[in-house]
Design a protein around this ligand. Structure first.
Ligand code: SF4
Length: 439
């Protein structure tokens, strides 16, 4: 039996995959331990989107080596797929596994015996065509369940298709089975994740199922109180999906929809598959059916060719749109992407100013959304964290609430009244909370 520790960089998908790989180790009799608990094996799951991915990778390997100088260090994940040779040369790395190999790590690295040279198992990305079911179980409250992987789009700024391969999905039957399995644990909420979640349904290159049918099937799973869709492209968010979510008992009124830019000129340069008018229409359709639905938006600032006018167009568009918060990304060049060689580079300080403006706008939007919900009743799923005697949770429409810590409430759904916004911007709830039995 060996002690194995995991370190994950990047997105929810990486977290769900690390979690699944850690269970593969446990099935083989190994013991999962903390990073600092002198492990025999370190598995580092990397991300290519992370700023300075290479520096981060070096740093974590150094840390691992200083904790356990003789441990086996394996690097997996998107960055490992993109730069296997460079990573293999990092001092202290014993193995690098690409997208097609990472789930076979326990068998490939037979015995985890260190060799004089790092071992590299990274096939071309075309070989990453299998779907591996993954879900995270990092806390009891909610789990990230991967339903789709890879992407067939070619947004000009993005390396994900190079790192994760073509779009492919699990089957509805298998996802329902996995959700039923998760329902036997204490998990209350499942977040459906994917690289391009709305593109769900491709198996071996053929479109065989639809995302809307997946959510209809999951809505019937007993024992899971809430389902959340992590993110969905606006062009794939159909009226049918919106209509279904609006009447569902289990799918919560919360959408996270990447916009990336409010300028049609920039959207075209990015090769996104919609224009701002479509985005506007999606938001209006959602809000007309679910006035209290939370809508989160991804936006990139400083894309090559984004002039001051283009940025202001984005700012105005978002300012007038009925949305609840923004996730702001500052554009940075990625090797092997068309955008990296486009003209019209935006100076770093301008990118930073634009990011700051949108962060302020996001705070304003969130506050307004929270204010619109005050005095309403909502259902909160309480989490297992205590901070200065207080605990936190999210409502169905993703409002972060704060309440006096009560261990009985951990991982429980409670109906509460939203009272007021406190100094840190969270919403206080009434002390007396009534139990909810949804199903
Ligand atoms: S939709 Fe575009 S941004 Fe998203 S993963 Fe695919 S290529 Fe990347």
């Amino acid at each position: 039996m060996k002690k194995v520790a995991f370190y994950t960089l990047g997105c929810k998908l990486n977290y769900s995959e690390t979690s699944t790989i850690s269970r593969l180790f446990e099935e083989k009799g190994h013991k999962k331990v903390d990073f600092t608990d002198t492990p025999d094996i370190f598995i580092i799951n990397t991300c290519s989107v992370t700023e300075n991915a290479d520096k981060k990778c070096h740093k974590i390997v150094r840390e691992a080596r200083s904790i356990s100088p003789d441990a086996y260090v394996a690097i997996i994940g998107c960055y490992a797929q993109l730069k296997p040779k460079e990573i293999a040369e990092i001092p202290g790395v014993d193995a690098v596994l690409g997208a097609a190999e990472k789930f076979r790590l326990v068998e490939l690295l037979d015995g985890f015996v260190r060799q004089p040279q790092a071992q590299v198992f990274a096939s071309d990305i075309e070989k990453a065509n299998r779907f591996n079911t993954s879900y995270s179980l990092h806390d009891r409250t909610r789990t990230f369940l991967k339903v789709q992987d890879g992407c067939d789009y070619s947004c000009t700024f993005c390396t994900i298709p190079l790192a994760r391969g073509n779009s492919r999905s699990d089957s509805i039957a298998n996802i329902v089975k996995t959700a039923e399995e998760i329902a036997t644990t204490e998990v209350r909420e499942i977040v459906l994740t994917g690289v391009n979640t709305g593109d769900f349904g491709l198996q071996e290159g053929k479109r065989v199922e639809r995302f809307v049918d997946l959510i209809k099937a999951l809505d019937q799973v007993e024992g899971i109180d809430r389902f959340r869709i992590s993110s969905i492209e606006p062009n794939l968010l159909t009226d049918e999906i919106i209509a279904f979510v609006s009447q569902s008992q289990r799918f919560v009124p919360h959408f996270h929809i990447p916009l990336q830019s409010g300028s049609n000129k920039v959207l075209k340069l990015m090769k996104r598959r919609y224009l701002r008018e479509l985005y506007h229409d999606r938001v209006n359709t959602i809000k007309s059916r679910m006035p209290h639905c939370c809508i989160g938006v991804d936006v990139i600032v400083g894309f090559p060719g984004e002039t001051d006018e283009d940025f202001l167009e984005t700012y105005q568009f978002l300012n007038e749109l009925n949305i609840s918060y923004l996730h702001v990304f500052t554009y940075s060049e990625r090797e092997n992407t068309p955008a990296a060689s486009m003209s019209g580079k935006v100076p770093a300080h301008v990118r930073a100013e634009r990011s700051k403006m949108l962060h302020i706008l996001s705070d304003k939007k969130r506050r307004k959304f929270y204010e619109e919900n005050l005095e309403r009743e909502a259902t909160v799923l309480f989490e297992n964290d205590v901070e200065e005697g207080m605990m936190h949770g999210f409502t169905e429409n993703y409002i972060r609430v704060v309440a006096k810590y009560d261990p009985v409430l951990v991982n429980e759904l409670r109906k509460v009244k939203l009272l007021q916004i406190q100094a840190k911007g969270l919403v206080e709830v009434e002390d007396a909370v009534s139990e909810v039995h949804l199903h």
